[in-house]
Design a binder for this molecule. Structure first.
Ligand code: ADP
Ligand code: MG
Length: 437
């Protein structure tokens, strides 16, 4: 499939965000080449700069440093040969399916007389035959995403960029849509010459791509780039498939950094605030309990994912949380409980809460919120106030998510309390005293 015709060259791209003290490097010195015929998957933890890189490649954003060449020419402005499909594709709710696609054709300058036939053909190709007059609200998530694909394809992109296109879908729709995209791509029935797909899902990447590029964060950079030399159709259960999944896990989970970097800094301090992985403590406890039942000390993370039947994205967040709490260490794709993790897994609920409380108090972001509450009258603050403070560190949606996780973990550990009616966050008081920090 791959030819020697280079389509895209990303040369030494860096992206800095923020200003003054808060300025940080989101993406550092990334080099990437895509040739015609290649399907490349981009994997990496959230915040490593995958979406940033895609926006730069599509010309929606100018990098702080470096340049993008398309067919050897430097990119100036929006890349007319690239098209992005986002996780949730914004369709116009007042237009029906066909009209949504026709609008994309109109934007591309296709004559009015040709639009209808072209739109119908595109819809047919993505399997939406019969749904032309339906409105977005009448469609399932999977079908809406198909309209998204049809719209992206309407511009006949040579380079199709996909930003986690399946992650907002339920398991079955995602699987069906993956199959359909592969069929279009492998069957050559779309004019697309190369695909760059951001994914959070290791199995998905190994299932679809010819090459996997792995990024890590702080700063966002490429840490691995390897081929997936398996013919299609690929079998999830085959040993070759699993070996590649294993390899990707090892690269993704294996980066253990020194504690100062690992824990990050508190909001308002120089350095990066480390985001808390979005997990439920029940799931974390479940995973640790499962690990205690294992005969050997270390367990293959890939096997763990299948034994717990959770997807790789979810599992990686859990292993990240386990590592952040020092409940487990991760090495070369294997996870092993630390004595602390073992203690936690075997403890009763109250002892668990205590262990959890001691562990979260050492996280800079918790120290920060606790100090903030201590300094406030009544040791309480409105949710919105803390969220605004976090928005200096994170984009608004992520700030809200971070605060959700902070409060969730803090309540479990009985470090924080939350009053829903007042939308007020309190420092938890026990025996008439504020919990010592
Ligand atoms: P990913 O897609 O891998 O999750 P992103 O490219 O969205 O990563 O973000 C990389 C880093 O840059 C994150 O720390 C994110 O918070 C930050 N970031 C992304 N976009 C902006 C922006 N417009 N302004 C400031 N920071 C941003
Ligand atoms: Mg992203």
């Amino acid at each position: 499939m791959k030819t020697n015709n280079v389509l895209l060259e990303v040369k030494n791209i860096s992206q800095k965000y923020g200003s003054g003290e808060k300025r940080f490097t989101a993406v550092q010195s990334v080099n990437l080449t895509l040739s015609e015929g290649e399907f490349v998957a981009l994997l990496g933890p959230s915040g490593c700069g995958k979406s940033t890189l895609l926006r730069i490649i599509a010309g929606l954003q100018k990098p702080s440093e470096g340049r993008v060449l398309y067919r050897g020419e430097p990119l100036a402005g929006v890349n007319p040969h690239a098209s992005i499909v986002f996780q949730t594709f914004a369709l116009f709710p007042w237009l029906n399916v066909q009209e949504n696609v026709e609008l994309a054709l109109k934007a591309r300058g296709v004559a009015a007389a040709l639009r209808t036939a072209h739109a119908l053909d595109l819809l047919d190709r993505v399997g939406l035959d019969g749904f032309e007059t339906a409105y977005p609200r009448e469609l399932s998530g999977g079908m809406r995403q198909k309209v998204g694909f049809a719209r992206a394809m309407a511009v006949e992109p040579e380079l199709l960029c996909l930003d986690e296109p399946f992650s907002a879908l339920d398991v079955l729709s995602a699987e069906a849509l993956r199959g359909e995209l592969l069929e279009l791509w492998l069957g050559g029935s779309i004019p697309t010459r190369a695909i760059l797909m951001v994914s959070h899902n290791i199995e998905e990447a190994v299932f679809m791509a010819d090459r996997i590029v792995v990024m890590d964060k702080n700063p966002g950079r490429v840490v691995a780039d390897f081929e997936v030399p398996l013919p299609h159709p690929r079998k999830h259960k085959s040993p070759e498939f699993q070996a590649l999944v294993d390899q990707a896990y090892a690269i993704l989970a294996g980066q253990t950094q020194p504690e100062a970097i690992e824990l990050g800094s508190a909001p308002g301090e120089p350095g990066m605030t480390r985001a808390l992985p979005e997990i439920s403590i029940n799931d974390l406890a479940g995973m640790l309990e499962h690990l205690t039942t294992q005969p050997q000390k270390a367990m293959d993370i890939y096997r763990l994912a299948s034994e717990l039947s959770v997807d790789s994205d979810h599992l990686l967040r859990l292993t990240e949380a386990a590592e952040l709490m020092s409940f487990a260490t991760i090495q070369k794709g294997d996870i092993a409980l630390t004595p602390l993790g073992e203690t936690f897994a075997e403890a009763r609920i109250l002892a668990r809460k205590e262990i959890f409380a001691t562990r979260i108090r050492r996280l800079p972001i918790f120290r920060w919120v606790i100090n903030l509450l201590r300094a406030s009258e009544g040791r309480k603050l409105k949710w919105g106030v803390i969220q605004s403070a976090l928005e200096l560190e994170f984009p608004p949606e992520e700030a809200e998510q971070q605060l959700n996780t902070l409060v969730d973990w803090g309540r479990y550990a009985e470090v924080l309390a939350y009053d829903d009616d007042e939308e007020m966050i309190y420092l938890e008081v026990s025996n008439g005293q504020t919990v010592p920090v």
